[in-house]
Design a binder for this molecule. Structure first.
Ligand SMILES: [Zn+2]
Length: 128
């Protein structure tokens, strides 16, 4: 489960927010400090470590996977997606597979996500 670390600028405490999936994470949404309910919170960006090429991306910790997402490097994200499906042998669905291919070509994550999520029937990850 992806989690994001925040620091409250009001009370100075740190806290983590959890999201069911990457798709549930809305960077534009205001986050609230659970301690003082302030919305003056800042996401703590950890140092981004991009796995070296050839590294097995399927054994990354959730934090490391987040670093790949946070890096904004579409090709790395695409590789991660691809290795996950290759390893698990699960057909993640045509939308997922298309997203993987487009990311591998270097298309931006934002662009791929907007395009695919706007399609009717796309989204839940249910197999068809
Ligand atoms: Zn606070």
């Amino acid at each position: 489960m992806p989690s994001y670390d925040y620091r409250c600028n009001n009370c100075g405490r740190t806290f983590a927010l959890f999201f069911k999936s990457i798709k549930d994470y809305d960077p534009a949404a205001a986050q609230t400090c659970p301690h003082c309910q302030s919305t003056d919170v800042a996401r703590r960006i950890k140092k981004v470590a991009i796995p070296k090429q050839g590294r097995d991306l399927t054994h990354l910790s959730s934090g490391e996977m987040l670093n790949v997402f946070n890096s904004g490097d579409s090709k790395e994200v695409g590789k991660m997606f691809q290795q996950v499906t290759d390893t698990t042998g699960v057909d993640a669905g045509s939308t997922y597979n298309e997203a993987t291919q487009r990311l591998l070509k270097g298309e931006s994550m934002d662009s791929v996500e907007k395009d695919l999520s706007s399609r009717p029937g796309a989204s839940t990850g249910d197999s068809d």
